[in-house]
Design a protein around this ligand. Structure first.
Ligand code: NA7
Length: 480
């Protein structure tokens, strides 16, 4: 068996997943290049009050490292971060991370990838896998005067825990999943909370019960039951995917449910302000146990007038200044950067920037024509809409592992998807997209620069079938 040298860029959820699967398969020459000082990616970056995953914990975990000790149906972010750290420690991944190391360039030398990091060091690898996450680069709003604000102002993914909010007037901009979680946690716990909403989002109220100690003991004592619970939670989420993919009764039912739940808002004027004009799920459906209660808290005020500018002391809408002491920007992420700003230069000097001049595209979510032995986790058009990203990462990581195992056995030296196969695949994607709820006419982080949803237009379980094994007929393969 040949021993491949593998670089994984990023030690977040998906990088940890691939690292663990490679190490479990006995592949030892693995390094994770991580620009931060800690593991966990999005779960390290986001520590704002109220943070939780919007996918049930029983499903948002790896099948090879089930955790019987989840405390809640939707466990808090710190617990999820601790879970990924534990997986990394238990599997040996943590020992293979080079922290504080930013990859600046990955260049094909003719026989391998030369990866250069910001400390000036270059090293060669047979495979490079980008696991840089999708919700990684905070998006700051382009609002006049933002820099002039005199008090603390921070993005939700850069929470400043040194600021005591309890006696403050807090201005919160953004009503996506993050804004809703922050509002639900802060309502009633700060002096005043002004929520600046540009567009209302649909919210599904789902309870978040705590698991009792007896439940946790049962899961610990009976691993088969724990596994069953994973698949039961998976099935439950998957039963809703028809609503995302085509019009029909599941979509009609969820639409009805979301509308009905809005009736929890007593004041008709407030209810009208919170009623979106897009279809539920067109933008990511927000899952929240308590948003509709929190927004009716007397300390909360919803401001729907357009933000004109920010002054040193507040936020101005339609000529009216709303004084605030602290500004929280829950304004989302650039979900289309993927591998970038790292420079990727393939054979013949082809850059990823050039290959993606018309927008990011990936062969079946994992690879790019022109870039041999290079793979991506959570690449373009991955099924990231209201599904467990852990399951997607596992599918993609197992796919990469398949190629690596074949390389070890000497079956090839380099492999890259053909442009024809990728074009063919995108013709199928483009044909399926118009039926999806994401294409029903709303603006969201799901949409790429061409206005098309950058998502997987089939059932998420289909993604697993699609990547069950490499298809040699769709690859240029150079024999080993
Ligand atoms: P999202 O879902 O992208 O939401 C960002 C929010 O910020 C959204 O309500 C935006 O308004 C608002 N926003 C952005 N820029 C501005 C400006 N300039 N003025 C006013 N409001 C603005 O990000 P999240 O962090 O909440 O969630 C990201 C994902 O993380 C989520 O889908 C889950 O997967 C976890 P808009 O609605 O666009 O009018």
């Amino acid at each position: 068996m040949r021993e491949p040298r593998i670089a994984i860029i990023g030690a977040g959820m998906s990088g940890i997943c691939l690292g663990a699967l490679l190490l479990r398969a006995g592949i030892r020459d693995v390094v994770l290049l991580e620009k931060n000082q800690d593991l966990g990616g999005t779960w390290r970056d986001n520590s704002y009050p109220g943070i939780a995953c919007d996918v049930p914990s029983r499903f948002y975990q790896f099948t090879f490292a089930l955790n019987p000790d989840w405390t809640h149906r939707y466990s808090p972010g710190a617990e999820i971060h601790a879970y990924f750290e534990k997986v990394a420690r238990d599997t040996g991944v943590a020992d293979r991370v080079r922290f504080g190391t930013t990859v600046v360039e990955t260049r094909w030398t003719g026989a391998a990838w030369s990866v250069t990091t910001d400390d000036g060091v270059s090293a060669e690898y047979d495979f490079v896998v980008s696991a840089t996450g999708i919700l990684h680069h905070p998006r700051y709003p382009n609002i006049e005067g933002l820099d002039s604000f005199a008090g603390p102002a921070f993005h939700s993914a850069r929470w400043d825990h040194s600021v005591d909010l309890s006696d403050k007037r807090v201005g919160l901009i953004g009503t996506g999943s993050t804004g809703v979680q922050i509002l639900s946690a802060l309502a009633g716990n700060v002096d005043r909370l002004l929520l600046f909403q540009r567009t209302p989002h649909w919210v599904m109220q789902l309870a978040n019960p705590e698991f009792r100690p007896i439940t946790r003991r049962l899961h610990r004592r009976f691993p088969a039951y724990d596994r069953f619970s994973y698949h039961a939670a998976r099935k439950q989420i998957e039963s809703l995917s028809p609503a995302l993919l085509h019009p029909g009764k599941t979509r009609r039912f969820l639409t009805w449910l979301c509308r009905r739940q809005l009736n929890k808002i007593v004041d008709p004027e407030l209810r009208a302000k919170l009623t979106p004009d897009s279809q539920p799920m067109c933008r990511r459906l927000i899952i929240s146990p308590g948003y509709y209660d929190a927004i009716q808290d007397p300390t909360v005020e919803l401001v729907t007038d357009r933000i004109e500018r920010i002054t040193p002391t507040g936020v101005v809408t339609d000529g009216v200044e709303h004084p605030v002491d602290v500004l929280v920007l829950a304004t989302g992420f650039d979900a289309h950067a993927y591998v970038r700003p790292m420079r990727l230069v393939g054979p013949g000097g082809l850059t990823l920037e050039h290959a993606w001049a018309d927008g990011p595209r990936a062969y079946r979510t994992v690879a790019v024509p022109g870039f041999p032995n290079f793979f991506m986790l959570m690449g373009p058009n991955s099924p990231v809409g209201n599904y467990a990203l852990t399951a997607i990462a596992e599918t993609q990581a197992n796919y990469v592992l398949d190629w690596v195992q074949r390389w070890r056995r000497g079956e090839f030296t380099t492999a890259e998807p053909t442009a024809e196969a990728t074009d063919r695949y995108y013709r199928e994607v483009d044909a399926a997209l118009p039926d999806t709820v994401w294409a029903t006419g709303c603006d969201s982080w799901y949409l790429g620069q061409n206005g098309k949803p950058e998502l997987f237009p089939w059932a998420p379980e289909q993604h697993k079938v699609m990547l069950a094994q490499p298809r040699d007929d769709e690859f240029h393969i150079v024999a080993g």
